[in-house]
Design a protein around this ligand. Structure first.
Ligand code: SF4
Length: 628
């Protein structure tokens, strides 16, 4: 197979390096020596997939086990797909060029709803039946994890098992159980039944949704004894103890994030009410500085990367971010390795930090006030004031940055035109600050402000999971409103296509009935839906019509007492807390961050017997600041 791929396929595709699989630190294990063989399937192209830390973690974790093997596959580019279909070659793994069908497990990561059709496409190219119920003993188990698994229902027809939460915890257990079941000669149904008893594993075929005559969901319940009614997420309790890849694969073609990724913490308890990551990754668990410094040095020597990115949902919140960055700078100065922060808080402290690590101010700085007025920022619990933004902007322009990017969301609940005017006003006032500082400091380069406007998409497991999503026409009106008022050569406005936000919203709160739409749309040629050049909105609408499904049903406001398609998936955060937060939003009441304040009772620590762990500063002790 390798010869066939290397001689008859790769010479004829663009970017063949995407499919070679012989990168530095990639692992090639002896096929016959492995007891369980898994392929990690990323439903987008190599450049995006290889920037994903989760892939590197699971790849290293599984391959360190002497009896398991993990290889990789990415969504093939359109040119490779065409060749594979013409020549009748099945989709193959990178490392051994084996057809995916030869593996015991094909594991997808669900990072984004608009990658779902790529999953169907990859299964089809691999010759694996799309529908879970049509698979036979010789077919691999098809599993999926990642944030998308927290509302698994739209993919329930296609995925045998979902891993809910941190897969480092559940995947080794799943592979070990599979190894034993293979030896026992268990059939497919027995395997799925046994797997569904592992904590954090959801087997959709063992749960049946029941709908009322008006189409509303009444329940999703297991139909066999011994299967849990709700599947609780798994979670790594102590990041210092968790596996971290010290020899990550070094990509051979340019990828989106080509650098060392140091995960300084997991989770965020700032409590932004629209943010799914802020709920599903709770609570905050930090890695100690000692472990991070050691990891940084080891990964550097194993890869030769020239940049270290401190990754997390909010790195400036790491309890000892300043000493950590100083130590990293000192440690890596002689190697000329830079440090970067992927996200900044809207405050002067973050600018100080960026100033310290970014000695050459080449790139712009990005802040996310999210909403244009204090009322709306209070509603989403953003905890950021105009003063915070202006102070951060002043500091940045004075420190030599010329360009500032501001992220906003439109379509938030309770949004009015005055909130859009607020975005306009903030943009002009930040630009005015930049121009004033340019005059005062005799700088040559003119300041610029980029306004990036995304559309609010209500997500499962958030306080806004019941909120309505703006219709496409309304989003377009708001975009036009902003564009017509932001006319200055110093301001650039960017936004997301409202049709893709609409589709994302449908699948984010979708139920099992959407599986049929997915299959129809894929059959009609939909794939790479998050890529503007491939997105076929009309085809999607035809597919909904053909399936007899109104997509607007999924973007409506949902009554608080309605059963939700993801109610049987337990993020650890209670529904009672989410309702309380939704009501607090409508009353503009702020909820504090449990790292520094009283525990507002989201429930995850009690439910999953875990604690907020802040150990950036001292090394080991949980935060003394948090009061239960
Ligand atoms: S239970 Fe309390 S302390 Fe734990 S994450 Fe939730 S709000 Fe924070």
């Amino acid at each position: 197979m390798r010869l066939l791929i290397e001689n008859e396929v790769l010479p004829f595709v663009r970017k063949p390096g995407r499919y070679l699989g012989n990168e530095w630190n990639s692992v090639r294990k002896t096929w016959n020596a492995a007891q369980v063989r898994m392929v990690f399937a990323f439903p987008d192209v190599y450049e995006i997939g290889m920037s994903h830390l989760g892939l590197q973690i699971l790849y290293g974790l599984v391959n360190q086990h002497p009896q398991y093997l993990m290889e990789r596959v990415f969504a093939p580019g359109v040119d490779l797909e065409e060749l594979l279909r013409t020549k009748g070659i099945p989709l193959f793994s990178l490392e051994s060029c084996r057809p995916l069908k030869d593996f015991d497990v094909v594991g997808f990561t669900l990072q984004y709803e608009l990658s779902f059709t790529n999953i169907l496409n990859m299964l089809d190219l691999a010759g694996i039946p799309l529908q879970s119920r049509n698979r036979e003993a010789s077919d691999p188990l098809v599993i999926a994890g990642g944030p998308g698994a927290f509302n698994p229902e739209p993919l329930a027809d296609f995925i045998d098992l979902f891993l809910i939460g941190d897969s480092e915890e559940s995947l080794p257990e799943l592979l070990s159980r599979l190894q034993a079941l293979k030896q026992e000669g268990a059939n497919r149904q027995q395997v799925i039944f046994q797997m569904a008893q592992i904590s954090g594993v959801y087997a959709p075929s063992l749960y049946q949704p029941v709908y009322a005559p008006d189409g509303r969901l009444q329940e999703t319940a297991p139909d066999l004894e011994g299967i849990p009614g709700r599947v609780a997420k798994r979670l790594v309790k102590d990041l210092d103890e968790a596996y971290f890849p010290l020899r990550p694969i070094v990509p051979t073609v340019e990828v989106v994030h080509d650098r060392i990724m140091l995960e300084v913490l997991r989770g965020c308890t700032r409590g932004c009410r629209f943010c799914q990551a802020g709920t599903i990754y709770r609570p905050v668990r930090e890695r100690s500085q000692k472990v991070l410094l050691n990891q940084a040095m080891q990964v550097y020597w194993a890869t030769g990367h020239e940049e270290i990115s401190l990754t997390s949902l909010s790195t400036a919140d790491y309890s000892c971010v300043q000493p950590l960055t100083t130590k990293l700078l000192d440690l890596f100065q002689e190697h000329r390795v830079g440090i970067s922060l992927p996200s900044l808080r809207v405050d002067a402290f973050s600018v100080d930090l960026a100033q310290e690590i970014q000695r050459v101010r080449r790139s712009g700085l990005t802040f996310a006030p999210e909403a244009g007025t204090q009322r709306l920022r209070d509603m989403i619990n953003k905890g950021v004031t105009e003063e915070d933004l202006f102070n951060a902007a002043k500091k940045a322009f004075r420190a030599g940055w010329h360009s500032i990017k501001l992220y906003f969301m439109i379509g938030l609940p309770m949004e009015q035109n005055e909130d859009l005017d607020g975005i306009v006003s903030l943009a002009y006032r930040v630009l005015a600050i930049g121009r004033r500082i340019k005059r005062e400091t005799n700088q040559k380069k003119s300041p610029s402000v980029t306004i990036s406007v995304s559309s609010f998409v209500p997500k499962a497991h958030t306080p806004f999971q019941w909120a309505a999503q703006d219709a496409i026409a309304e989003l377009k009106r708001k975009q036009h409103y902003l564009k017509s008022r932001l006319k200055d050569r110093g301001i650039e406005v960017k936004w997301h296509q409202s049709e893709t936000s609409f589709l994302e919203g449908v699948f984010a709160r979708g139920d099992r009935r959407l599986g049929r739409v997915l299959e129809i749309a894929w059959n009609k040629g939909c794939k790479f839906d998050s890529w503007q050049e491939h997105f076929k909105f009309e085809t999607w609408m035809e597919s909904f019509a053909e399936a007899g499904i109104d997509p607007h049903y999924y973007t409506r406001m949902i009554p608080l007492d309605e059963v939700l398609p993801w109610d049987h998936i337990d993020s650890g955060v209670s529904k009672r807390y989410l309702i309380k937060e939704y009501q607090a939003a409508l009353e503009l009441v702020h909820t504090g961050d449990c790292r520094f304040d009283k525990c507002p009772g989201c429930g995850v620590c009690f439910e999953l017997n875990v604690d907020v762990i802040l150990k950036g500063g001292t090394g080991d002790a949980p935060s003394p600041n948090r009061i239960r």
